[in-house]
Design a protein around this ligand. Sequence first.
Ligand code: NAD
Ligand code: ZN
Ligand code: ZN
Length: 383
Amino acid sequence: MKVKAAVLHGLGERWNVEEVELDPPGPGEVLVKTAFAGLCHSDEHLVTGDLFAPPELEAILPGNSLFPIIGGHEGSGVVTEVGDGVTNVSVGDHVSCSFVPACGSCPSCAKGRQNLCDLGARTMGGGMITDGTYRTHVADGRPLNKMAQLGTFSEYMTLSQHSVVRVEPDLPLEATCLVSCGVATGFGSATERADVRPGDTVVVVGCGGVGMNAVQGAAAAGASHVIAVDPVDFKRETAMNMGATATAAAMDEALGMVNDITWGRMADSVILTPGVLTGDLVQPAMDLTAKGGTVVATALAPMGQEDVKLNLTRLTLSQKELRGTMFGSASPNARIPELLRMYQTGKLKLDELITRRYSLDEINQGFDDMNAGLNIRGVIQFD
Ligand SMILES: NC(=O)c1ccc[n+]([C@@H]2O[C@H](COP(=O)([O-])OP(=O)(O)OC[C@H]3O[C@@H](n4cnc5c(N)ncnc54)[C@H](O)[C@@H]3O)[C@@H](O)[C@H]2O)c1
Ligand SMILES: [Zn+2]
Ligand SMILES: [Zn+2]
């Protein structure tokens, strides 16, 4: 079938909304009519090249061969067709997309760590995770990749059953979209990876669609102080309505503030969620962290970045930790329904995260607005 999708044809280009060819679902696959797609900074990394390996690493990491690619990895929709052998969803089910596929049976999944599912190794290009062939093609027939094996910037998606999580049909599909990436990642960065405990002091650096939910997660876990750091006034003001107790425009401005409120001990955890992570942000985050504390690296860095500013003596002698996180270190099949239950019972703010809605044709405006600091989250609304 022919569907409209936003395709990126090369580094630094604009998203091109065009007609693409979509094949029906094969064994283990489902066809989903997309309802909403979130504009997450990870899609912008495709445009800027942060998500592509420099030439010397292209043999082991995805490079320019990913183009053309349909963007979008945060989304929700309704199942309209299922292939042979699909067991987790039926036609008519509402689903949240999972940017890490979760097979349920690899060693990571078996240990309850679906966010590290072995199928995740194939999320960036290379055909379907089911059999390696392509269901999406550009008009001239060339194969078309999909961001994180999803490509939610498309009216319909043919997906592996492992990339969708069934949700209750009475839940709004807009909220179901948000928990698919930004909310789950930010919330879990605080509750799982930073392991925030009642009474903790937590600093969240970067309060966009991901960081704002680290603020919510830290507050939900019982933190006494949640300091939201962002250079944009509107983000800091919004953070105060999402659970932050104080704000700062930059990490060095937060230093004295954190020192005062913790009586000199500093923060139990610092969560790094700026649009782009760079090595020079690590030591300032460590300086905000108490001895025995944790810095969580949630934001993505340019793929080739290997230089990090880090005082190793203070890391060792203050027994600090630096930890990465994928999807907020929770299992999509458990976490997505949990977050929606919190939303339904008034314990998690989701509607408040959406600043603007766009049509698919307005996608470039949406990313321009994100880059201009105008949105907590922008979403594409399909018909
Ligand atoms: N680890 C994962 O599983 C995962 C999942 C989703 C997104 N991400 C990554 O998380 C990051 C955040 O994504 P997003 O969608 O929230 O982006 P966003 O653009 O919506 O928000 C980023 C925020 O950081 C602020 N910021 C930029 N530089 C800053 C600095 N030096 N100090 C403080 N604040 C700063 C911006 O003003 C903005 O409010 C991206 O790198 C994204 O790729 C990671
Ligand atoms: Zn994302
Ligand atoms: Zn698995």
